[in-house]
Design a protein around this ligand. Structure first.
Ligand code: PLP
Length: 509
C-alpha cells in the first residue's frame, strides 16, 4: 500500500524490466552482453542515430565532449541555469564554460541569449533542455551550422520531447541522455549517447571502452579511453522501460495536463512555457512572483514537506555557486533559481496525488499573499480603477491611456488586472489587441512606486500573453521616463520606433 506522503520521484516498472534483469543475471553475462546491443537497437529505431549505452548521463556528456575533441582552453557555451553536469564536465576537461542566461518564460536558452555571449573563440554550443523544454531549437541548430560550431544537446530531462516533428536530440551532432532513477526512462544509474556524426562513431566506440575495441592483442590500447560502459543488467532494465515508451509517454502527458489544469491560470506565478509542439515536460515547475507573497519559496517548500509532499527548488544560477567564481549577473537565471518550485514527477504518481499536491500548494500561497489580483468581472473593480486613474492623472504625465477612453473599455481587453492592497488599487495593467499589435499598458499609484508593483504587473501580463499564445507585445513609453524604459528593457523589450515624446518598444517571445 502507498503511504500518504508523496516523494519527488518514484519509479514504476511498466513492462519486462524484472524479467529481463533476471535473464541477464541467469545468463552470467552481467558486464557486457546481448541486452546492451538490444537496448541500443531499440533506441536507434526511435532516434535514428547511432546509440551508445553508457554508465550515466554525466559520462555521456564527458564522452561526447571528448569525441568532439574538446581540449583545455576551448570555450563552450552552456546555460547559467540548469542541472550543472555540462558545465562541470567542461571544467574537468580543462575547457572554459561560457555561461549564458535563459529565457524567463521557457527557462531555456534562446538564440538571442547565445548570440550575446558568442565570439569567434567559441568552439561549440551545449544546450541543456531544462525540464524537457526548449526555446528556438531550430534557429539555434541552423545558426550553429552557419557558424561551423558543433551542437550538443543534453537531453537528460527531455526524453521523447519534440519540436516541429523532430525529437529533441535530433537537432545536434551528439545528444546525451540520463537514465537516473528520476528520469523518464530509467535503469537506476545509466546514460546514453546518440551520435548523428558518422565520422565520430569509431572514436566514440574506442573512448567508451579503454580504446581496446578491436585491438590486435589484449590490453593493446588504441587510444587513451575510459570505461563509460553500461552493464548488461542495467541495459536489460533500460530495455524493459524503453519498450513501454508509449505507456510511459501517455502517463507523462496526462500528468502534465493535470498539473496545467490546476496551476495554469493562477495569478501569483507561471508555469514553464516552451516553444514547440510536442514538448514533453519531464517535471513541472511553477515560477512564483515573490513580490506578491508574504512567504518565501523555501518556506512554501517546507510547509509542503510538513504535509508530506516533497518538492525541489529551481537549479542554482551559476553566479550563486561559489566554486565557479562566476561574477557575471544572469537576471533571468537568478530569478528562476530563487522563485521556481518543482512538483513531484515520479512515474507512479497518481492523479489524486497531483490534485492533493496542487491543492495544498494553492492553499499555502493564497493564505500568504500581500494583495489580491482583481479582474473587471468583480463589482468593486470600476470604482477602484476610477480612483487609481484619478491619482495617476493628477500626478503623472506619462500614463495617458484613459485621457481619451472611457473606463468601461477594460471589458474589451484581452487581459486586465488591478492589484488591490487592503482596499486600494495600487497598480493597473492590460493587454489590448489592435490590428496586428497587442499593446501592453501599466501604471502604478503615485504613493506605491519603486515597490515592485510595476514589475510584478509586467510579469503577470507577460505570463498572460504567453498563455494566450501572443508572440509579440508592444508598448509606448515617455522618453523622459528612464526608469520605466530600463524596467521594460530588463524584461526584453527593445525600442523599435521613436518620436519627440515616445518610444515604441516591443518584446518578441
Ligand atoms: C540536464 C542533466 N544533465 C545531466 C545529468 C546527469 O545525469 P546522471 O545523473 O545520469 O549522471 C542530469 C541529472 O541527472 C541532468 O538533469
Amino acid at each position: 500500500m502507498k503511504s500518504n506522503s508523496i516523494s519527488w520521484a518514484n519509479i514504476k516498472y511498466f513492462g519486462n524490466e524484472l524479467e529481463y534483469a533476471k535473464e541477464a543475471l541467469d545468463s552470467r553475462w552481467i558486464s557486457g552482453g546481448d541486452f546492451v546491443s538490444k537496448f541500443e537497437k531499440e533506441v536507434e529505431s526511435v532516434y535514428r542515430g547511432k546509440a551508445f549505452a553508457v554508465s550515466n548521463g554525466t559520462a555521456a556528456l564527458q564522452l561526447a565532449l571528448q569525441a568532439l575533441s574538446v581540449t583545455p582552453g576551448d570555450r563552450v557555451i552552456v546555460p547559467s541555469f540548469c542541472f550543472q553536469a555540462a558545465g562541470n564536465v567542461l571544467l574537468q576537461l580543462g575547457a572554459v564554460p561560457v555561461y549564458c542566461d535563459v529565457e524567463l518564460s521557457s527557462w531555456n536558452q534562446s538564440l538571442g541569449n547565445i548570440q550575446k555571449v558568442y565570439d569567434k573563440s567559441i568552439k561549440g554550443v551545449l544546450l541543456v533542455h531544462n525540464y524537457g523544454g526548449c526555446h528556438d531549437i531550430e534557429k539555434i541548430s541552423k545558426w550553429c551550422k552557419e557558424k561551423s560550431l558543433w551542437l550538443l544537446e543534453d537531453c537528460a530531462e527531455a526524453w521523447f520531447s519534440m519540436c516541429s516533428g523532430k525529437l529533441l536530440g535530433q537537432f545536434s551532432d551528439i545528444a546525451t541522455f540520463s537514465m537516473h532513477a528520476a528520469k523518464t526512462i530509467t535503469c537506476g544509474e545509466g546514460g546514453l549517447l546518440i551520435s548523428y556524426r558518422e565520422d565520430l562513431n569509431e572514436r566514440i566506440t574506442q573512448l567508451r571502452s579503454h580504446g581496446l575495441v578491436g585491438a590486435p592483442r589484449p590490453y593493446m590500447n588504441q587510444l587513451a579511453g575510459n570505461n563509460y560502459r553500461l552493464s548488461n543488467i542495467h541495459s536489460a532494465i533500460a530495455l524493459g522501460q524503453l519498450e513501454k515508451r508509449t505507456d510511459i509517454l501517455e502517463y507523462q502527458i496526462a500528468r502534465q495536463k493535470k498539473y496545467t489544469s490546476m496551476l495554469g491560470e493562477l495569478k501569483f506565478g507561471q508555469l514553464q512555457h516552451c516553444i514547440g509542439d510536442g514538448i514533453q515536460l519531464w517535471a513541472i515547475g511553477f515560477q512564483l512572483f515573490p513580490h506578491m507573497l508574504t512567504i518565501s519559496r523555501d518556506d512554501i517548500m517546507d510547509l509542503m514537506q510538513v504535509s508530506g509532499i516533497a518538492t525541489r527548488p529551481g537549479f542554482y544560477s551559476t553566479d550563486k555557486l561559489n566554486y565557479l567564481n562566476d561574477e557575471s549577473s544572469y537576471k533571468n537565471s537568478k530569478c528562476l533559481s530563487d522563485d521556481i518550485i518543482v512538483f513531484p514527477c515520479g512515474s507512479d504518481l497518481t492523479m489524486t496525488e497531483i490534485e492533493r499536491t496542487c491543492q495544498i500548494f494553492i492553499e499555502i500561497v493564497k493564505n500568504n499573499t500581500k494583495y489580491s489580483v482583481m479582474e473587471p468581472s468583480s463589482s468593486e473593480y470600476m470604482s477602484l480603477l476610477g480612483e487609481l486613474v484619478e491619482n495617476v492623472r493628477s500626478t503623472d504625465e506619462s500614463f495617458r491611456y484613459f485621457d481619451s477612453r472611457e473606463l468601461s473599455i477594460v471589458a474589451d481587453h484581452d487581459a486586465n488586472f488591478l492589484f488591490n492592497l487592503h482596499g486600494k488599487a495600487v497598480a493597473y495593467g492590460h493587454l489590448e489587441s489592435e490590428g496586428a499589435d497587442t499593446w501592453l499598458g501599466v501604471c502604478v499609484h503615485s504613493g506605491y512606486r519603486n515597490q515592485s508593483f510595476g514589475s510584478t504587473m509586467l510579469k503577470l501580463l507577460l505570463a498572460t500573453a504567453v498563455r494566450q499564445n501572443i508572440s509579440v507585445v508592444s508598448l509606448t513609453v515617455d522618453i523622459n521616463n528612464p526608469s520605466a524604459i530600463r524596467l521594460y528593457e530588463s524584461f526584453g523589450f527593445v525600442v523599435i520606433k521613436e518620436d519627440d515624446t515616445f518610444y515604441k518598444m516591443q518584446k518578441v517571445f
